[in-house]
Design a protein around this ligand. Structure first.
Ligand code: PXP
Length: 248
């Protein structure tokens, strides 16, 4: 009997940078909701948005409109603040990914220090989970952070792939070990940050990884090829990597 091909990880398309372009001119175009709908029609398994404290891209009204309109799961990335907790509890996205946030950073530079902030994070994880939201913690591929994530009751960890994407030596091995450990701890494993056509394969091939969240590269490449083609290509690369075949 032939073994069925491994099902590929879900692709969450992060549309923050559609809002970045919109905000550059202060108007309503391009509309992140239209991008979310097109991404879903083009094969995205879910939509990811990051409501940053400074609202530099996604804004409060975007969260409400996208939550109300889309037919696939919404993953809201947010800092662990009382304001963000309130917004999440009001809008009830499918999932919340708690990320560290510094006002001056260009992007989310490193993972959350769960081990150092257990007391602060535990209540917010519990309150979001009690509202039926799947809570994920964005962490570096570090066994200490993984154990702390399990200890405070997270359902999911998203492994920060930024250092791997920058080509730092030994980072893929760290990711592989961390992915294995998530399953052993009973957590669901997601991954993301800095993923592109060129580096997604090895991460997508990790059997434990159930979801990839990809934004900047997809939106940037869509300028040249269009969002449907870019999502189709990324999905093909992810599926081929998981199945150990060459993309068609
Ligand atoms: N996952 C998380 C938790 C993030 O904060 C980001 C960046 O907003 C991403 C994934 C996507 O990263 P990129 O835009 O580099 O694909």
């Amino acid at each position: 009997m032939s073994v069925p091909p491994a099902s590929p990880p879900r692709l969450g398309v992060n549309i923050d940078h559609v809002a970045t372009i919109r905000n550059a001119r202060g108007g309503a175009h391009p509309d992140p909701l239209a991008a979310a709908e097109l991404a879903i029609a083009s094969g995205a398994d879910g939509i990811t948005i990051h409501l940053r404290e400074d609202r530099r891209h996604i804004r409060d009204a975007d969260v409400r409109r996208i939550r109300a309109a889309i037919a696939r799961p919404l993953n809201l990335e947010m800092a662990a603040t009382a304001e963000m907790e309130r917004i999440a509890l009001e809008t009830l996205p499918h999932a919340c990914c708690i990320v560290p946030e510094k006002r001056t950073e260009v992007t989310t530079e490193g993972g959350l220090d769960v081990a150092g902030q257990q007391a602060a994070l535990r209540p917010i994880v519990a309150s979001l989970a009690a509202a039926g939201i799947r809570v994920s913690l964005f962490i570096d591929p570090d066994p200490r952070q993984l154990r702390a994530s399990a200890d405070i009751g997270a359902a999911v960890v998203e492994l920060h792939t930024g250092a791997y994407a920058e080509g730092k030596e030994g980072e893929f091995a760290r990711l592989r070990e961390a992915a294995r450990m998530t399953t052993a701890l009973g957590l669901e494993c997601h991954a993301g940050h800095g993923l592109t056509y060129d580096n997604v394969g090895p991460v997508a091939a990790l059997a434990e990884v159930m979801e990839l969240n990809i934004g900047h590269f997809l939106i940037g490449q869509a300028i040249f090829d269009g969002l449907p083609a870019v999502i189709a290509r990324m999905r093909a690369l992810i599926a081929a990597a998981r199945q150990g075949t060459s993309p068609s």
